[in-house]
Write a protein that binds this ligand. Structure first.
Ligand code: ADP
Ligand code: ADP
Length: 220
């Protein structure tokens, strides 16, 4: 599903954020990415979503080398991915429904198909009854579930979640992880960045550990 081969990322204003990073994630795997703040976790995600470009090395997503993807190819690459963020990145002047619909509207789906898919996605995260609400009227955990519904409404094969439970209390965090488990059960691959060691040890699974830009440990 995803392979990094000797990947380096240097920011001119900073220096090396990733140093010789290599790993492979197979289809359907459940993997945590951990390491202290500043270790390079967000940078790694940005390289997969082609928000940033690698300085050296190769990144292969779904059998395709995306390291030097053209701007025209980027939307196609992102459609394979569901991106989830610590701060949800919702539009606060739009309803829950409209937030989740946005990726489908941009992709040109017809209104009937948009409604059907948005309701299916909201059903998966348990928010069908709140589709008309504005995001700020929801709890943090509910807002993150809106973020998840938006990320999966186009049925990606691969979910990348960057500190998805970082702003949530333990109960809401558990609900988010349960939703991820359900998707993983459907065959969706998950890469979850977190520095919550308790949450990681409770959930189990493979761990990629970043330390100052280098992959320090790979647990099987
Ligand atoms: P993490 O997600 O693990 O906290 P990041 O990938 O955000 O780590 O950052 C890794 C390092 O790269 C940090 O020291 C950060 O300051 C630096 N960095 C991240 N983005 C940029 C950027 N756009 N320009 C310069 N330095 C950056
Ligand atoms: P439909 O195929 O009729 O849209 P499904 O019951 O297959 O509905 O899926 C309902 C919703 O669950 C989808 O709209 C999507 O949000 C999510 N979903 C289903 N399968 C996947 C998958 N393989 N990957 C990601 N999300 C999925």
């Amino acid at each position: 599903m995803l392979e990094f081969k000797e990947v380096y990322k240097r920011y001119p204003e900073f220096g090396e954020a990733l140093h010789n990073v290599s790993f492979h994630i197979g289809r359907g795997e459940w993997v945590f990415l951990t390491g202290p703040s500043g270790a390079g976790k967000s940078t790694l995600f940005k390289l997969v979503a082609v928000i940033e470009r690698a300085t050296r090395g190769q990144i292969v997503l779904d059998g395709r080398n995306i390291t030097r993807a053209s701007n025209r190819e980027i939307p196609h690459i992102r459609r394979k991915l569901g991106l989830i963020f610590q701060d949800y990145k919702l539009l606060y002047d739009r309803s829950v429904f409209d937030n989740v619909a946005l990726p489908l509207v941009i992709a040109g789906f017809n209104p009937g198909e948009v409604s059907r898919r948005v309701r299916a996605a909201l059903g998966k995260v348990g928010l069908l009854s709140k589709e008309k609400r504005l995001p700020q009227t929801l709890s943090g955990g509910e807002q993150q579930r809106v973020g998840i519904a938006r990320a999966i409404v186009h049925k990606p094969d691969f979910i990348l979640a960057d500190e998805p439970t970082g702003n949530l209390d333990p109960e809401a965090a558990r609900e988010v992880m349960d939703i991820f488990r359900d998707f993983n059960g459907l065959g969706v691959t998950l890469l979850i960045a977190s520095h919550d060691e308790q949450l990681i040890s409770r959930c189990g699974g493979r761990i990629l550990r970043l330390q100052r830009g280098s992959l320090a440990e790979v647990n099987a």
